[in-house]
Design a protein around this ligand. Structure first.
Ligand code: GUN
Length: 447
C-alpha cells in the first residue's frame, strides 16, 4: 500500500512539479475544491442565460460541464496552471442579450459564429500573432474592457433579479420592493456580499444555496422532483453551430465573429495575466507558457461550440484557489473531476431561477470591475476612451459598442495629446475594422 502511494505521488510529482512550486497534494486538492465551489454556479447560470436565447437548458447544462471538464483538464496537463476554465458570463451575456435578442440573430446562427471564432482563436494561440495582439492593445483599454464587461453582467443581474426595471421617462428605474421574488435577490446579494467580505471560500456557491433554500421554504420556488438524475442529452444543441455555418454569408455575422473573438481572447488573456501576477508566475513581465494556457481555452471554446455552449474563459474565480495556496495544474485537475461529478445534479436546474442567479451576476460583475483601479485616470487622453468603453457596454446593452468606443477614441485622444507615436500600428487597423463593424451592426440593419 505504502509503495503504491509512493508510485502515485511520484507520478503526480512528475506531471505537476509540486516540489518546484513549493506546494503539496493536500493544498492543491483544497485549492481545487475552493475554486470549484466558487464557480460551480455556472452549471445553473449558463443554462438560465442561454435559455433566454431559446436554447435547451438540459443540453446547455451538459455542454457547460463538459467544456469546463475539457478546459480545466487541458489547463492542468498542457500548461500546469491552477487556473480553471468554463463558459464565461461575459460571453453568454453577449450571445443572448446583444446577438440573439438585440440583433435578432437566431441562436443556431450565433453558435456558428462562436464556432468560427473558436477556430480563429486557436490559430492566434498557436502562432506568434498572440503576442502582437496582446501587446498592441494598450493596458488601460484592456482593463477598461474587463471592467465594462463586469458592469454589463451586473446590469443584466440587476434586471433579472427585479431590482432595476424599464421606465418610459428615464429608461431605467428601481424595481418595486413589493414583488416577493425581488426579496430573494436582495437576500442573496446581502448574504453573498457578507460572505465575500469575510473572505469565506465558496461564498458565491454558499450564497446561492442559502437563497435557494429560502425560496423553497417560502414556496417562491417550487420543490424539484429529484436531486440526482442521468446526464441530460445534448441532442438539441450538439453540432447545431456547424450545421448553420452557411448562415455566415450574412456580413452582420462577421461582426459577431470578430467581437466573440475579441471578447474571448482578451477576457482570457487579461485574466490569465492577472491570476499569474497574483500567484507570482510572471517572469520579466511575461507569463511563461501563455500560449499553452490560451490553447487550453481555445480548444475548450471549440469543443463548447460543437456541443452547444458559448465561449469558455479562464475564470476570475480561480483566484480563490490561488489564495488558499493552489500553484499547479493539480488544482485544475481537481476542478475538472468535480465538474464530472456535478453532471449528475441537473434536476437542480429547475430551482435555480433568475432571482437566484442575479446576485451571482452582480458579484462577478464587481470582481471584474475591480480592474478599473489600475486605469490611469489622471491622463484625460486615457480616461476618455477607458470611460467610454466601460459605460458603453451596460448603457448600450452591448459589449461590442463598448469595445468600439474605446478603440475609436483612443488613437484620437492620444494624437491630440501629442502621444500619437505610442499608439501601435495594430490599433489603427482595429480603428478601421471597428468603423466597418459599427456600420454593419448599427446602420446596415436599419436600411
Ligand atoms: N474571466 C472571466 N471570469 C468569469 N467568471 C465568470 N464569468 C467570467 C467571465 O466571463 N470571464
Amino acid at each position: 500500500m505504502e509503495s503504491t502511494n509512493n508510485v502515485n505521488l511520484s507520478f503526480i510529482e512528475k506531471l505537476f512539479h509540486l516540489k518546484e512550486a513549493q506546494t503539496t497534494v493536500r493544498r492543491e486538492i483544497l485549492a481545487g475544491l475552493t475554486t470549484f465551489v466558487s464557480m460551480a454556479y455556472i452549471l445553473f447560470v449558463n443554462p438560465q442565460v442561454l435559455g433566454v436565447a431559446g436554447m435547451d437548458k438540459g443540453a446547455v447544462f451538459t455542454a457547460t460541464a463538459l467544456s469546463a471538464i475539457l478546459g480545466s483538464l487541458l489547463m492542468a496537463l498542457l500548461a500546469n496552471y491552477p487556473i480553471a476554465i468554463a463558459p464565461g458570463l461575459g460571453d453568454n451575456a453577449f450571445f443572448t442579450y446583444s446577438v440573439v435578442l438585440a440583433m435578432g440573430i437566431p441562436w443556431q446562427t450565433a453558435m456558428a459564429g462562436v464556432f468560427i471564432s473558436s477556430i480563429l482563436f486557436l490559430i492566434i494561440s498557436v502562432v506568434k500573432l498572440r503576442e502582437i495582439v496582446i501587446d498592441s492593445i494598450p493596458h488601460d483599454l484592456k482593463l477598461a474592457m474587463a471592467s465594462g464587461i463586469g458592469l454589463f453582467i451586473a446590469f443584466v443581474g440587476l434586471q433579472g433579479g427585479g431590482l432595476v426595471v424599464s421606465s418610459k421617462s428615464t429608461l431605467v428605474a428601481m424595481g418595486s420592493l413589493t414583488v416577493p421574488t425581488t426579496w430573494l435577490t436582495i437576500f442573496g446579494l446581502i448574504v453573498t456580499g457578507l460572505l465575500m467580505a469575510k473572505k469565506v471560500p465558496g461564498s458565491i456557491f454558499i450564497g446561492m444555496v442559502l437563497t435557494t433554500i429560502l425560496g423553497l421554504v417560502t414556496k417562491l420556488i417550487p420543490l424539484p422532483h429529484h436531486i440526482v438524475s442521468s446526464i441530460p442529452s445534448m441532442r438539441p444543441t450538439f453540432g447545431v453551430g456547424i450545421a448553420h455555418l452557411p448562415d455566415l454569408a450574412n456580413p452582420q455575422l462577421w461582426a459577431v465573429v470578430l467581437v466573440f473573438l475579441l471578447v474571448a481572447f482578451f477576457d482570457t488573456a487579461g485574466t490569465l495575466i492577472g491570476l499569474a501576477e497574483q500567484a507570482g508566475f510572471m517572469k520579466n513581465n511575461k507569463m511563461p507558457r501563455i500560449g499553452k494556457a490560451l490553447m487550453a481555452d481555445s480548444i475548450s471554446m471549440f469543443g463548447g461550440a460543437v456541443m452547444g455552449t458559448t465561449p469558455t474563459a479562464a475564470y476570475v474565480e480561480s483566484s480563490a484557489g490561488i489564495a488558499v495556496g493552489g500553484r499547479t495544474g493539480l488544482t485544475s485537475l481537481v476542478v475538472s473531476v468535480m465538474f464530472a461529478l456535478a453532471m449528475f445534479f441537473s434536476p437542480l436546474l429547475s430551482i435555480v431561477t433568475s432571482n437566484i442567479t442575479a446576485p451571482v451576476l452582480i458579484i462577478v460583475g464587481i470582481l471584474m470591475a475591480q480592474s478599473m483601479k489600475q486605469i490611469d485616470w489622471s491622463k484625460f487622453e486615457i480616461a476618455m476612451p477607458a470611460f467610454l468603453t466601460i459605460v458603453g457596454m451596460p448603457l448600450t446593452y452591448n459589449i461590442s459598442y463598448g469595445f468600439a468606443f474605446g478603440i475609436l477614441f483612443y488613437p484620437l485622444t492620444m494624437w491630440a495629446a501629442g502621444r500619437g507615436k505610442e499608439v501601435k500600428p495594430v490599433m489603427y487597423v482595429l480603428f478601421v475594422v471597428f468603423i466597418i463593424l459599427l456600420y454593419i451592426i448599427n446602420i446596415l440593419p436599419s436600411k
